[in-house]
Design a protein around this ligand. Structure first.
Ligand code: 9MR
Length: 388
């Protein structure tokens, strides 16, 4: 097996060698195709050839979400993150469930580690997230705490934001608050926070975060706004209504996160809906971050890795052609950097369309070798044409 390092050095030689084996076996042939697909571009991917450098050259910050443990325990992965990222965010370690084993305990060890790593390597760091319906610890639901939810909420946001005050680029203050199926006012999700505090919890979260860390850019982060269909159009309308309302009442908010969990092999397109959405956010004076970009490839019928990689790469290109066109977009993070860690391979597989096939969703494969998606990202960064 080629390692990531010698793959990069010997990429062209490997392509030629494997190609000469012709029909020696589908695996080898696929590998040859996959490497050949990349042969037109430089195999240099570090320093000025990194995603980080190409993004910075085109007016935004590139980075990735990481599982902190993977950076702590795997030096090769840590080197890859250092090489490619100008910003990092922990996938789970700043959520309530991770930070708060009990009412009286905070465990900052993993986010602290990541902050040190980021600072040593001149990377920025984002925080994710202060408020999410999926990360509500059991202890807060107990009767004696339930009655105090509002105060516990304020205390949590204050303590966590103060710890990192002046050190974070931005915070996802509220995550995924819109869920029209719950049939609540403004399309708001009937989360624990909503049920305990009503719609006011959103404003309270932003005001509390701002008081504790006036420097971090405070972000509202959500999914399901990326494609041109009715469902996403409704979600876009509801999120824009929420943002207008927050702005009208001078709630301190600086940015909107578009999660960008997109799908390959679907008929729906990225187009006017997304472009208009980003422009509306810009006109409110807010920045836009593409916060959790990855490509779910479950809908691709082909089992051929080379074909799948090409379709995945094209999905990145199609998405970024629209998403990066607006100058309001100031940051882009993939949701992990390597297929080894993607959440799309987590948990039970029986419900997936391709249950036996690990997803190849990210720019680097599970051995940290760049795939076509890497080059699609880099080319998309370079193709950025800003319409101001
Ligand atoms: O990728 C994250 C996974 O490792 C965690 O187990 C999970 C629950 O904390 O959250 C995942 O990240 C989610 C993010 O916080 C919000 N948007 C959707 C992401 C993927 O589920």
């Amino acid at each position: 097996m080629l390692t990531r390092r010698n793959f990069i050095a010997k990429g062209t030689i490997a392509a030629a060698g494997l190609a000469s084996l012709g029909s020696a076996g589908s695996l080898l042939a696929n590998a040859a195709k996959s490497v050949q697909n990349q042969a037109h571009v430089s195999q240099e991917i570090s320093g000025p050839h990194s995603l980080r450098a190409h993004a910075s050259h085109n007016g935004f910050i590139f980075g990735s979400a990481v599982i902190v443990r993977s950076v702590q325990s795997d030096p090769e992965f840590a080197a890859l993150v250092r090489e490619q990222c100008g910003i990092v965010v922990p996938t789970g370690e700043l959520k309530w469930k991770a930070l708060r084993p009990s009412r009286d305990q905070y465990d900052f060890s993993r986010p602290d580690y990541l902050l040190g790593f980021a600072q040593r390597n001149r990377m920025l760091m984002r925080g994710h997230t202060l408020c999410w319906h999926e990360s509500v610890p059991d202890w807060i639901k107990a009767e004696e705490n339930r009655a105090n939810t509002r105060q516990l909420f304020i205390d949590h946001i204050t303590v966590v934001c103060k710890r990192y005050a002046g050190k974070f680029h931005s915070w996802d203050v509220v995550n995924e608050a819109i869920f029209p199926k719950d049939a609540q006012i403004g399309g708001l999700r009937k989360s624990f926070w909503f049920e305990q505090m009503g719609p006011e919890y959103i404003e309270l979260a932003f005001r509390t975060a701002h008081a504790a860390d006036p420097q971090a850019r405070l972000t509202y982060n959500d999914y399901g706004v990326e494609v041109d269909n009715e469902e996403d159009a409704e979600r876009r309308r509801l999120i824009l209504d929420l943002l207008h309302d927050l702005r009208k009442r001078n709630v301190p908010i600086d940015a909107v996160g578009i999660q960008s969990h997109v799908k390959a092999g679907q008929t729906e397109t990225f187009g006017k809906g997304l472009a208009d959405y980003i422009e509306s956010i810009r006109q409110m004076g807010l920045e836009v971050y593409l916060t959790e970009l990855d490509v779910n490839e479950d809908d691709i019928a082909s089992a051929d890795p080379a074909q799948r990689d090409a379709i995945i790469a094209k999905t990145y290109t199609d998405y970024l052609r629209v998403a990066l066109a607006n100058p309001a977009v100031k940051a882009l993070l993939t949701w992990d950097l390597s297929d080894r860690f993607t959440w799309l391979n987590d948990g039970p597989t029986h419900h997936r369309k391709q249950p036996d096939r690990p997803q190849r969703s990210l720019p680097f494969d599970s051995d940290y070798r760049p795939k076509e998606a890497f080059f699609a990202l880099r080319d998309s960064f370079d193709a950025r044409k800003l319409h101001s």
